[in-house]
Design a protein around this ligand. Structure first.
Ligand code: DMJ
Length: 658
């Protein structure tokens, strides 16, 4: 009997079933009963069929998961030879159906699921017997295992590279007792700064020496990255403070982690962290510093994902999302920030064999070369979306300074082979000299700031670094103007010394004017502070290296004494709010650059005595064999990086050339 024959019959008879039997003659009633029976039979057969279909038809939800492209997760086995894919034991497509094998496979999976459930149940029962503390300890052990595994993965050794000749890192004690005494004093100041940071700010970025606790600013984001430790390492090393260096190394090895949800300044992290780690690596040869530098550099790379390749000022180390400072000319990038990456990034490519870092900074250079420059000057702001300049402000101080410094140092660091960088430097300083450098009525040479077509007769403490830069760039200058640039360096050094000498504390203000009868003096209250900056001492140091005029050493020593007298507190060193006040108030910040730069420079003053080739206090008081300038170039945070005696072409990361 086929279903189509049954259904019309059932349909026609059904209404009669509902009439009572008493309404019909007997024989007809008998007939109806048999009909009912047959109908019931048919119905039950139909229901059984539907029920069976419900259970035995393939599960459509499984097809949907397959369509989502999750094959890798969901398909336990792919038999390529048969071209068929099995999903949980069901054949989805392909040939060669083997019912028996399917059933076996299904059975095997069912057994496995059952066994897994039982095992999980047993484990859960076992867990419940344990105390809360035991369970927590187990979880912790598991976590540690995962962390260790990740660390192992991250710490894979990098391919070895030939290390440049590390001349001048192990110099001896000077014979002159006066010089020895000065060096000991500077070393004691470094110990005071470090020991207090060690005691009250360890692991924080900086120290509040009066509140005696950790300190940080938005340039380091919201996490504790131990900026002072990383920044101070090479100074500790140079001064022979090896126990302190080892403490720092241990902290970095165990605690310095860049997978943090923190938005940092690309520039500051580059010059202080990458520069500091690379210098520590070159000086000590300890792999951990190189590995951390490379890990951190990888976290900065997303900042370059802009329409022009000019990096954002800030990047979130975890998400890689970048942005610019809201105050910077409608969200522009800043010349001194994106223009101060070259030295470190070239070294990263050299050490890793990966050209990505080199390519990023060369792309910036090429882009700048193509752009028109108003009066030959580089404006401080560049929009990374449009590739156009922002406000036409030019400065050799804040916002511009180290861009010019890195053009010159790119050339020096390449063993003078990067002539493109030298040309850009020469062009830039010619325009600066023409439009920004003037003599005051009192005969002081100063570098002003260009703002929308007029010269502001104000110079910043930061700008004072330029004296040293002019001296450093004298050799190799265009038209053989070495004497001229050395003289310019000396004039800037003199002006900056005047800015110190005309204060009560003999420490220089943040900015000083040459206007309305004012000469080298701060006028505004908010420009009278001194925050342990190095630039003036740095310029003295370069001048000392190139001229050996003892006045520069003397000036360096005077500044050191003033810092010790007015910035020293029992919990470290602090900036002061007013250098013209005889009872100064403190800003309560021990800047990381005080340990990285200021103290390092005075130290090296007393190492150099020859008329050879460059920033600082410890360097001021050292013999000439400490980090000779033919072999080392200091980054803008005074971290020494060795000259790479290679042609530019070798920086492509091609291991054959390294
Ligand atoms: C340092 O972090 C660097 O020298 C930077 O280039 C600008 N100045 C500060 C210290 O003043």
């Amino acid at each position: 009997m086929s279903a189509p024959a049954l259904l019309p019959l059932a349909g026609r008879r059904l209404p009669a079933l509902n009439l009572g039997a008493s309404s019909f003659p007997h024989h007809r009633a008998t007939l109806r009963l048999s009909e009912k029976f047959i109908l019931l039979l048919i119905l039950s057969a139909f229901i059984t069929l539907c029920f069976g279909a419900f259970f035995f038809l393939p599960d459509s939800s499984k097809h949907k998961r397959f369509d989502l492209g999750l094959e890798d997760v969901l398909i336990p086995h792919v038999d390529a030879s048969k071209g068929g894919k099995h999903l949980g034991g069901f054949l989805i497509h392909g040939q060669g159906h083997d019912e028996h094998r399917h059933r076996e496979e299904e059975e095997r999976l069912r057994n496995k699921i059952r066994a897994d459930h039982e095992k999980a149940l047993e484990e859960a029962k076992e867990k419940l017997k344990k105390s809360r503390d035991e369970i927590q300890a187990e979880i912790q052990t598991e976590k540690n295992k995962v962390v260790q595994e990740l660390k192992k993965k991250d710490s894979k050794p990098l391919p070895p590279v030939p290390l440049p000749n590390l001349i001048g890192i192990n110099s001896g004690e000077p014979a002159d007792p006066d010089i020895r005494e000065k060096r000991n004093k500077i070393k004691e100041m470094m110990k005071h700064a470090w020991d207090n940071y060690r005691q009250y700010g360890w692991g924080h970025n900086e120290l509040k020496p009066i509140a005696r606790k950790g300190h940080s600013t938005n340039i380091f984001g919201n996490s504790q990255m131990g900026a002072t430790i990383v920044d101070a390492l090479d100074t500790l090393y140079i001064m022979g403070l090896h126990d302190e260096f080892r403490e720092g190394q241990e902290w970095i090895d165990k605690n310095l982690d860049f997978s943090v949800n923190s938005e940092v300044s690309v520039f500051e992290v580059n010059i202080r962290f990458i520069g500091g780690l690379l210098a520590a690596y070159y000086l000590s040869g300890q792999e951990v510093f190189k590995i951390k530098a490379v890990q951190l550099a990888g976290k900065l790379l997303p900042a370059f994902n802009t329409p022009t390749g000019i990096p954002w000022a800030m990047v979130n180390l975890k998400s890689g999302v970048g942005r610019n400072w809201g105050w910077a000319s409608a969200g522009s990038s800043i010349l001194a920030e994106f223009g101060t990456l070259h030295m470190e990034f070239v070294h990263l490519s050299y050490l890793t064999g990966d050209p990505v870092y080199y390519n990023k900074v060369m792309h910036i250079r090429k882009l700048l070369q193509k752009m028109d420059r108003p009066n030959g000057l580089y404006p401080n702001y560049l929009n990374p979306r449009t590739g156009r300049w922002g406000q036409h402000h030019t400065s050799v101080g804040g916002l511009g300074d180290s861009f010019y410094e890195y053009l010159l140092k790119a050339w020096l660091m390449s063993d003078k082979t990067d002539t493109e960088a030298r040309k850009m430097y020469d062009d830039a300083i010619e325009a600066i000299e023409k439009h920004l450098i003037r003599k005051s009525n009192g005969g002081l040479t100063f570098i002003g700031e260009w703002k929308n077509g007029h010269l502001e007769r104000k110079m910043g403490h930061l700008t004072c670094f330029a004296g040293g830069m002019f001296a450093l760039g004298a050799d190799g200058s265009r038209d053989d103007k070495a004497g001229h640039y050395l003289q310019l360096g000396a004039e800037i050094a003199h002006t900056c010394h005047e800015s110190y000498d005309r204060t009560t504390l003999k420490l220089g203000p943040e900015a000083f004017k040459f206007d309305g009868g004012v000469e080298a003096v701060a006028v505004r209250q908010n420009e009278k502070y001194y925050i342990l900056r190095p630039e003036v001492i740095e310029t003295y140091w370069y001048m000392w290296r190139f001229t050996h005029d003892p006045k520069y050493r003397q000036w360096g020593w005077e500044a050191t004494q003033a810092i010790d007298k007015y910035c020293r507190v029992s919990g470290g060193f602090s900036g002061v709010k007013d250098v013209y006040s005889s009872s100064p108030t403190y800003d309560d910040v021990q800047q990381s650059f005080f340990l990285a730069e200021t103290l390092k420079v005075v130290w090296s003053f007393f190492f150099f005595s020859q008329l050879s080739g460059p920033r600082y206090l410890y360097l001021l008081f050292s013999n000439d064999d400490l980090l000779p300038l033919d072999n080392w170039v200091f980054n803008t945070e005074a971290h020494p990086l060795p000259v790479l005696h290679l042609a530019n072409t070798t920086l492509s990361g091609n291991p054959a050339y390294r």
